[in-house]
Design a binder for this molecule. Sequence first.
Ligand code: P6P
Length: 339
Amino acid sequence: HAADAHRTDLMTITRHVLNEQTKHPESRGDFTILLSHIVLGCKFVCTSVNKAGLAKLLGLAGEKNVQGEDQKKLDVLSNEVFVKALISSGQTCILVSEEDEEAIFVDPALRGKYCVVFDPLDGSSNIDCGVSIGTIFGIYMVKDKNEVTINDVLQSGKNMLAAGYCMYGSSCTLVLSTGSGVNGFTLDPSLGEFILTHPNIKIPKKGKIYSVNEGNAKNWDGPTAKFVEKCKFPEDGCSPKSLRYIGSMVADIHRTLLYGGIFLYPADKKSPDGKLRVLYEVFPMSFLMEQAGGQAFTGKQRALDLVPTNIHQRSPIFLGSYDDVEELKALYAAEERNA
Ligand code: P6P
């Protein structure tokens, strides 16, 4: 009857987080309240994304976001929903969104002790063609609740308490770590609940997939070029790796987490710091990869050891299966020695 028990023992994300909370007797449930508001935001975006095509929400909102990219209506909507949900939770004191140039300092009357960095709808350039997109978030503890400053969101990634993403694809999947492993939850629309479907995700130690935008190959540095070459023409006679690149970070990372392999967004001559943002793309995905037994590297150091100096800072990033990232690190180390 195990299967039946499993079917009827609906482990919702809220119950799961409450169970986690018992490991922190000192916590007053504030974190659980915060997460339930993030979950609310994800549910709203999920329904909006699914209806977008029908509700004619597609197309440009006419404005440009801080990245100078055309802003689509769903971007604007998703950002507003998350900002409002996070503030109304009463658990946050400072927010950083990919869509807002400046950090948002929450009104003192509604302040809590958490700082949330997030990309409300990453990969949004893929909305119109139906490719999976997602929300990415990371959570820090404020250093001093009575003195909230921008430095509370310029903390190293190793200070992150929790991180996760919600992927809006064939199903709505929320992957979360609060520092003791990674768990995946799938939205059951009939219940309106995220149910635990992927307990204790561990990334394969080595993978057969590499994930990079080969269109940038002309501008890669030596170690990245050499690594990709070895993926395609292995020197030890084993079969070449497969290339899988969706161009939507949440989708590429979700596949890497479940199937193994390595995701690369290197620096190149055009963008010396790469393209992906440290606070709300690199750190949350690096946090998850390490919690799942993988690793994340910037080309120079462990990604989570980075200390950002501005809230929209970029970094090169290589993350995924432990052994695959190790191979890439060896090529960067060799270049360092020959420099
Ligand atoms: P490129 C999407 O715009 C995004 O921010 C990430 O989701 C994705 O991994 C990356 O950019 C794709 O960038 O240069 O390969 O199109």
